[in-house]
Ligand binder design. Sequence first.
Ligand code: NAI
Length: 241
Amino acid sequence: MKLEGKVVIITGGAGGIGKETSLLFASEGAHVVVADYNKELAEATASEVDGFGVEVDVTKRAQVNRMVEDVIARYGRIDILLNNAGITMDSTLVKMSQEQWDNVIAINQTGVFHCTQAVVPHMIEAGFGRIINTSSIVGRMGNFGQTNYAATKAAVIAMTQTWAKELGRKGINVNAVAPGFIMTPMTEKMPEQVLQGMKEKVSLQRLGTPRDIANTFLFLASNDSSYINGAVIPVDGGLSI
Ligand code: NAI
């Protein structure tokens, strides 16, 4: 068991990658807090793990603070925060609405700031913690139609590196994963032709699975990665090379 007794918060813990990770972490002995703004899915996922589901919108600081207080009240500590909640609202630069820009920044960037800022004082007090952020290959390479999304995923890399520098001395490792194209509800809405085009660009010639990402999250959450700090690990089948 790589996470025996660890208390973990997974934002977006009921979505494609999040659910797979919630189940994997629970199978490795963790208490998993499935934090998601989809209440029914959060509760359904939580019913399959040792932990609980909580309805939370990461863009709302008060809701995030309340969730963290609930977790502390129940377990007395938070060992691992996985910032995984994220959305896309694609449009080319010329057509992108203010709302598309604001919503994606609020969830993918400000949400990561809210959750990390709320959790870190408890980790500092304990002298131990793991923060894992979810970037994307597009945070490094950009992507057609994703001005907003790519900007947030680049911001996630910058926050990861900044927090690694600030928090390493407190016993807290901060790392990120940069997935490539992964088959989840986020990508399932894309046309078959687009998906086929994506596969052809990947040197392994397939899209990733939620398990491919969950395995890397597990590595970063476990003691196997204890000397890794400020890293951004691409999990993209060779798409970015
Ligand atoms: P998904 O759409 O399957 O799951 C996202 C989850 O986040 C959903 O359960 C949703 O309810 C939750 N969520 C959305 N807004 C929220 C909010 N304001 N507060 C709390 N929860 C919220 O997406 P998927 O594919 O599992 O993505 C997970 C992460 O991986 C995201 O950060 C995404 O940007 C990133 N990623 C995904 C890739 C892919 O190809 N699927 C590629 C690169 C990165």
